[in-house]
Structure formats: structure tokens, C-alpha cells
Design a protein. Sequence first.
Length: 497
Amino acid sequence: MGMALAVSPVTPASAQEEVVLEEVTVTGSRILRQDFTANSPIQTVDEQLFDETTSIGVETILNRLPQFVPAVTQFTTTDVQQTATNTVGASTVSLRGLGPNRNLILINGRRAMPVNATMVVDTNSIPSSAIERVEVISGGASAVYGADAVGGVVNFILKDDYEGASVDVRFGDTQHGGSQETTISALIGANMAGDRGNVMIGVERSSRGLQQRWERDWRVADMANPNTGATAFFWGTDTWVSNVQGTNPFTNNPSRAAVDELFSEVPGQVSNNVAFTRYLVNRNSGTLYTGLMNSGGRAGSYRYEGPFLGDHDGNFEGLPFRVIQPDGTIKENNFWQWFSTPLERLSAFADGHFDVADDVRITAQAMVTRTETQTSLGLTADNITLWGAPIPFGNEIYRGNDNVHLNVPDSLNPDGTTNSAYTIGGRFDVECDAQPTAAMPWLDGLPGCTESEAWPTSPEIWNLFMSDRTRRPISGRTGRPTTSEMLLALRGRARTR
């Protein structure tokens, strides 16, 4: 006899009630991201990467990724030429190194406002505190977005549906000081109408300090090393004397004997051809030397009178302004250059949306940013353009300049006397009628002014260039921006015409 029993579990009535889950935590790598579902390679940069750094430059953070090649960043310090296709002070990003105008910058999927005709976007205008994430398409984007997305697309997604309030203060400094960065931002948002709408408003103030090259000991040590190259521009910043541009450089040179007499310690080693040798002026004495940033004239560098520490104007005291190299050449260092540009950014942004229906949403977005930055060429303009002033030189009578804007009179009156403007205490305060002296060998004791009496230089310049029988104007090229300052370097006294 068999018997079978069926046993059914009894479920308590309380177990049939629904269980309400208050929170679900998902771990692992199966979270939905565009990176894993898009047809083109996409990398998503989360807000966390921006929060973990004190850098205020958006481009600085993105340049850490392998897809980006630094384009114009805070370390582009010498860009000073504003043109229709170049905006000084802007920061840009470049995907694959194809250039900032070959990748498309979007904000919330819409094209951002460009800053010049190349259609590049200044990332300084995007407040980092408003960024929720950045989606980077690094290939295959031009088929969708056009030719300006050959390098890819960078889409800045701003925060949305933010509810609450937050204040964020950040400060960053380098190990040895300089280029400090400070950011103060505030964000407030609220939902409305039963969560059908949201409004978010934020403000941000960011600043970045200037970092100069001389503020780093290792850089100063490089400049002080006589075996390293110069950091100044090609010919340095001292006044030098040459033939006037456009004249034959081989027919108006000082005599060989005069050069050897001037550089008596190295006879025959300093060329008398001003096309190859720059005769430079010691500013305090008006004497001549050679060899500044010119190895061809290094034999005459022993006549250089300084300065070595700090420049002529008292800047950068104690720093190696000029250094004599092992071959005798004098190298000059430029301490005006920067490592990092300063930045001041003030921005305000607002974002809002309202769901009119399940499939209808009204959105609005506003963003205002004011950025102020500086760049420095690190060189005077006259160094770049070879500014020079032709100086009348020789023993012919100076006839002035009848240009209506200059109104420089003839030095000789019709009655054969010297024009009062060319006397001590006169308009030009020069000496023309006295007898020659060792300090003023160009004087001839006759009425009127010769060209060298009206435009006195220095005894060494006069004796050197008068050693050739040809009388032509000479030209002074200088690291100073005006003719009067050039003459100041030549004679220690300013003259204007």
C-alpha cells in the first residue's frame, strides 16, 4: 500500500505585501555610457576630473588626455599679434594635433561662439564649475558635423536639473611659488511645478597669476652658464653703428689702421668692415666695443664696460644680464619673458527648462563671460624691426630739414653767422663755433654747424669713421625706441630734432 503526501508551504499574509526599495546601488562596469554604445570612438570626461584639480584652464585638463595635443595654452606667452585669424590670449584645444580649427567645439550639443575667422572657440569662456561632463569624439566626426570636425568633436555638457546650492573655493600653487590659481564659484538650482521644470544659476570668479622665467633658479643658472646659448634676440640691446641702409657696405668703412689703433690689444683681429662687425657703444663713456651676440667681433669684447648683473635701466638687479662665453663672445639674456600667462575670468551662467507636455520641452540657456589675459613678446619692438636712425655725419654744413612737421632750420644764417638755435642755450643746445678739443674733435671753430657738430656722437665714433676719406651718413641701431634715447646712449645727453 502506498501513499503519497503533497506538502505545500504556507505563505504568511505579510510576505505578500510589496517591498519598497529606497535605494539601489549598482557596481561594476555595466553602467550605461555613450563610450560603449556610439558608432564613433567617444571618451567621456566626468566632472570629477575637473573637481580634482585646481587648474582654472579647461584646456589644461583636457590636454592630459592622449587625444589632445596642446595648442594655445597658458604657456603660450609670446603671442602678441592680433589679426583676423589670431586672437591674442585665447586658449584652444587641438585633437590629434590637427589644429584648433580642425575640431568642433559644442556646448550642450550646439556650436559655441567662435572668437575669430578661423572659427576656433576660446575655452576660457567656458566656466569649469558649470561643466557636468565632456564628451570627446576623436574620429569619424566629419561625416556628421562637416569639415571643421576632421580632428573630432569636443562637446561640453553643462549641468542640468541641479537642485540645491553650493559654494566652491579652490586655491592652487606651484612647488616653488608663482602662477597661483584661485577659483570661487557658487551654484543654485531648484525644481518647480512638480518637477516639470528646473532653473539653475551660477557665478564664477577665477584668477591665475603670472610666472616669469627669472623666478626659477634652474633657469637663472642656465642663463649664468657661459657654455649655454643666449636668450636675448639676435643682436642684443646696445646701440651699434653701421652704414646707412641702402649704401654699399664695402665703401664707407673705417681704415684698417684706425681699427687696430682702437683695439690695440688685438691688432688685426677686429674687422674694419661694418657689414660683418658691429661697433657697439658703451653707454656711460661713448667708447666702442665689439662681440655682443656676434662671435665675429669677439676679439674686441675686452672693451665692454658692463653691466653684467642687471640691465642698463636698473631692472633685474643681481641677475646675469650679460655673460662672457669661453670664446670671448658676450651673450645677453632676456629676463622679460614669461613661463605662464595671467588670467582673470568672471562668468555668470543660467540654464532652465520646462516640460509643457510629455514630448514638449522649452529650454533656455544664457552664459556671459569676461576674460582678461596678458601676453608678452619679451622683446622690444625695435629688436625685431632693426629700428635705426640715420645720423648726419661729416664736415659738410648742416642745412636742417624743411619738413613742415619738423621745422629744423639751416644752421648757417644768410649773413654767414651761426643760427641761434644751434648755440649753447638755444633750441638744440649744441656747440658749433668753438675750437676742437679731445672730447669734441668734430668742432672746427667756423660759423655754422657741420653735420657732426649738429649731431655729435662720441670721440671714438668720430675718429673711427673719419679715418676714411669718404664722408657719408652713418646709422645708429639701438635697443631704445626713439632717436633722442639713441643719442643719449651715444653721448649721455638727449637731443631731438
